[in-house]
Design a protein around this ligand. Sequence first.
Ligand SMILES: Cc1cc2nc3c(=O)[nH]c(=O)nc-3n(C[C@H](O)[C@H](O)[C@H](O)COP(=O)(O)OP(=O)(O)OC[C@H]3O[C@@H](n4cnc5c(N)ncnc54)[C@H](O)[C@@H]3O)c2cc1C
Length: 140
Amino acid sequence: MKTHYDFIIIGSGAGGGTIAYTLAGSGKSILILERGSFLPQEKENWDTIAVFDKERYHTKEVWKDKDGKDLHPGTGYWVGGNTKVYGAALFRLRERDFEEIQHVGGISPSWPLSYSDLEPYYAKAERLYDVHGKSGVDPT
Ligand SMILES: Cc1cc2nc3c(=O)[nH]c(=O)nc-3n(C[C@H](O)[C@H](O)[C@H](O)COP(=O)(O)OP(=O)(O)OC[C@H]3O[C@@H](n4cnc5c(N)ncnc54)[C@H](O)[C@@H]3O)c2cc1C
């Protein structure tokens, strides 16, 4: 078995999948590691109650928050990741979201990147994922 790769991508959701897509034509050797198995294809895949309310595809793992209290992570491990059941609403953060923001519970520090640093990548991703529609206009 091959043990050396130019790139190793961990996770096969939108993040890992997008990187794999971008690198696919590079001629480099790429390994994608995915801890999950295949999501069963069943009618509940399209059932919002099963997906959102009943968390059918989420892990039953219990994590701990910073105070040691139980936390249900609301995440799943599947080939294709949570992206298999996501809502396909792809928003951009706003320019001011990258700046320091005072919230009721404290300060969210500014990012080391600005909106303009990411804008070309937003544009590229939106082309890849066929993001479309106009603010305030019902797409139906
Ligand atoms: C029901 C639902 C609806 C959502 N709707 C939206 C939406 O409309 N718009 C939106 O922007 N976001 C939405 N989200 C959030 C959404 O899941 C993310 O935006 C997007 O799918 C995240 O992609 P990702 O690649 O970062 O993570 P994921 O798609 O979760 O992929 C991560 C992958 O990494 C794998 N992995 C984790 N740890 C390891 C490890 N140690 N080794 C190997 N593999 C590992 C996981 O199994 C998984 O396959 C939704 C989430 C859920 C659950």
